[in-house]
Write a protein that binds this ligand. Sequence first.
Ligand code: NAD
Ligand code: UD9
Length: 443
Amino acid sequence: MIKQILSKKVFAIYGLGNVGGSIAAVWLRAGAKVIGVDISKTLLTEIQDGISHKKEPFLSETFSKSIKNKSFFLTSDGIDASKRSSIKIIVVPVGLKNKKVDLSSVIQVTKNIAKGLKKGDTVILSPSVPPGTTEKIVLPILEKESKLKGEKDFYLIYNPERIFEGRAVKDIEENYPAVISGLGPKSLKIAENLFRIISKKGVLKMPTLAEAEAEKLFEGAYRDVNIALANELAEYCEKIGINFWETRKGANSQPFCHLHYPGTGVGGLCIPVYPRIIIENASKFGKTMSLLEYSRRINDNMPKKCVDDAIKMLLKNKIKPKNAKVAVLGLGFRGEVTDTRLSPTYDVVNEFLKKECTVTVHDPYIFEDTILPKSVPLTKDLVTATQNADLIFISSDHKIYSKLDSKSFSKGKKSILFFDGRNVLNPKLFSSGMLNTIGIGKN
Ligand SMILES: NC(=O)c1ccc[n+]([C@@H]2O[C@H](COP(=O)([O-])OP(=O)(O)OC[C@H]3O[C@@H](n4cnc5c(N)ncnc54)[C@H](O)[C@@H]3O)[C@@H](O)[C@H]2O)c1
Ligand SMILES: CC(=O)N[C@@H]1[C@@H](OP(=O)(O)OP(=O)(O)OC[C@H]2O[C@@H](n3ccc(=O)[nH]c3=O)[C@H](O)[C@@H]2O)O[C@H](CO)[C@@H](O)[C@@H]1O
């Protein structure tokens, strides 16, 4: 039955990045025909060649198989894709430009979709957006350009994709209920029929588009505030000389406390962005979001705080910061991702450069980068990165760093200064006296 429904539907997925690529794979795995639309010719070629989305399980194999059996087509022509599809899913990025929400990609894609919109079509908006975006920005563009009426001639849905990079397909298919909302009851019914096909956890129907848009932002705001709480409590522990990590274990031993982890900063296209979307939107209604603003300030200050503490450690060990060799481990915005968007490591590097240190960055998954200053080499070879380092600074929690031991470094290293910004080092793996380390929330 499902296969029959889907075999008649052609989906067009606009934006084939971490989220859009995963959504395309999920619908292909469910048996749908999919047109993948992206402005990046490089990405389209990589998908065609089966070498895209390396860190996302299932995607590349699904794409190759679907291209072969002619259920997956790739194009950069968004208008033609709209003409040839009945369900259009918008998954292009919504970022910040000078702390203002940037909807330019969403608007661009919506205009393309509108030029090919037909009676009976369905449009689904997926990125995290300010409440009101679907109804007040996307809908008017669709109706104006197509001369069709929402809920009468075509259907409009908001579905916030909730994925954790590295397990996106499983998140969509198995881990979370699909949050859905519609312009009206018909749109909502279509959303329910569609998302029940792919979501084993079922659907969570929201009463309005705006409440669905807001819930996604609230998820991120909750996380950002709790990370800021962990960062502030960790600094308190440093001041009074106790261990935050042990104290956290105790506090989290009851079900109503969920202290997060302190760290060298908060990166990615989600958590640092969603609170700012709320802050900006709230200001239009005369509401100041003090807690969100203060939490952002705490988290944005973590790279500087951690580098200042690391510099104090150098001085304590009689090493002058000027020309001190610092190996910064981890460029990804968090562990096990190749995504460097808003990575705190960029700020960490700049803070060390301000102190005139000599910096090398290591990352096991990222081989090139256009943002790091030219004076800062990037390498995937740990020995090269650390061999003459006066200080090793752990910035992202890639799994490989929890396995570091005495043998990980060039011979003859007597004692190594570490700043463990993600609390990943295992002291048991180092010979006694070799590990001279401080981190966050412990002296
Ligand atoms: N990355 C995550 O973990 C995550 C999780 C949940 C939600 N989201 C939301 O999903 C959105 C997309 O995230 P992402 O990580 O997939 O972004 P991404 O940058 O990885 O992918 C976006 C893709 O869209 C393409 N694109 C940009 N403009 C386009 C246009 N006009 N037409 C066609 N294609 C265009 C880009 O070339 C890119 O391939 C985010 O803005 C966020 O709101 C992201
Ligand atoms: C479905 C969806 O949208 N999923 C999002 C995705 O978010 P994400 O991919 O951006 O990953 P995050 O884990 O949030 O990390 C962000 C930054 O915060 C740092 N950090 C994190 C935790 C902590 O305790 N202390 C920290 O300092 C970390 O290093 C990194 O820089 O997954 C999260 C579930 O993990 C979800 O909640 C979140 O909605």
